[in-house]
Write a protein that binds this ligand. Structure first.
Ligand code: DGL
Length: 257
């Protein structure tokens, strides 16, 4: 079974890619909606939350964990691997950074939570693959609650897209990494604001692709696949956004960590 977790519904953007590529695989998803956002918390807190999240999905039977959260991938991946040495972990940062570097475009914007941006991890990984790239980063902390509230096409969200992204548009970035798994929910608004020439990148598809190549057995079609979506705080708002996003009825199960 594949385990995935995020601070909230953002990691469902990765679940969507999973369902597109392996619709009948077993998986359990945990959204830590009771404690989101992670993006303005300290490394110590994010590590602690991520460990508890991982423990929960392991208890549900996960044999591989996709850390479907950039903040946890940026701050807690080494700690997770050290704490659970027998479980492989795959984060979402490296695939997005590699995809951006591979484009050969040299002015790359990165948006993410404050914690991800401050960690400097995207800059480090992109530079490894594209040393001459110019990287401009911007934290967009209000995007996460706007997505959690389902305000995906609301005027207030459009205003925030403009406010956060204007400096990147004015700087003429030619690629933009969505360095937070909540942001693909806003991709249409972001793409419209940045213009068609800007390549908007998220890592959902690539991370699933890489996981499938490395652990093919876990992605095999099952006759009666166990596909569970759990939240630490269940709500009709999360269920609605999740159902709309995944195109299937979602009723989140309460997770007690
Ligand atoms: N979806 C998350 C990320 O990719 C977490 C956002 C948050 O909780 O602040 O960073």
């Amino acid at each position: 079974m594949i385990g995935l977790f995020d601070s909230g519904i953002g990691g469902l953007t990765v679940v969507k890619a999973l369902l597109e590529k392996a619709p009948k695989a077993d998986f359990v998803y945990l959204g830590d909606t009771a404690r989101y956002p992670y993006g303005n918390k300290s490394q110590e807190t994010v590590e602690r939350y991520a460990k508890e999240d991982a423990e929960y999905v392991i208890k549900q039977g996960a044999q591989l964990i996709i850390v479907a959260c950039n903040t946890a991938s940026s701050l807690a991946l080494p700690k997770l691997q050290e704490t659970f040495p027998n479980i492989p972990f795959i984060g979402v940062v490296k695939p997005a950074a590699q995809a951006a570097a591979a484009l050969g475009r040299h002015k790359i914007g990165v948006i993410g939570t404050r914690a991800t941006v401050n960690s400097g991890i995207y800059e480090k990984v992109i530079k490894k693959y594209a040393p001459s790239a110019e990287i401009l980063q911007r934290a967009c902390p209000l995007f996460v609650p706007l997505v959690e509230e389902g305000l995906l096409d609301d005027q207030v969200t459009k205003t925030m897209v403009k406010r956060y992204l204007m400096p990147l548009r004015q700087a003429n970035v030619n690629a933009l990494i969505l360095g937070c798994t909540h942001y693909p929910f806003l991709k249409p608004l972001i793409q419209r604001f940045m213009g068609k020439k800007v390549k908007v990148i998220d890592s959902a598809g690539t991370v699933i692709q890489q996981a499938m190549e490395n652990y093919p057995d876990l992605f095999l079609a099952q006759d009666n696949p166990k596909q569970t979506i759990t939240f630490t705080e269940t709500s009709s708002a999360s269920d609605q956004v999740a159902s709309r996003w995944l195109g299937r009825q979602v009723k989140g199960v309460k997770a007690d960590l």
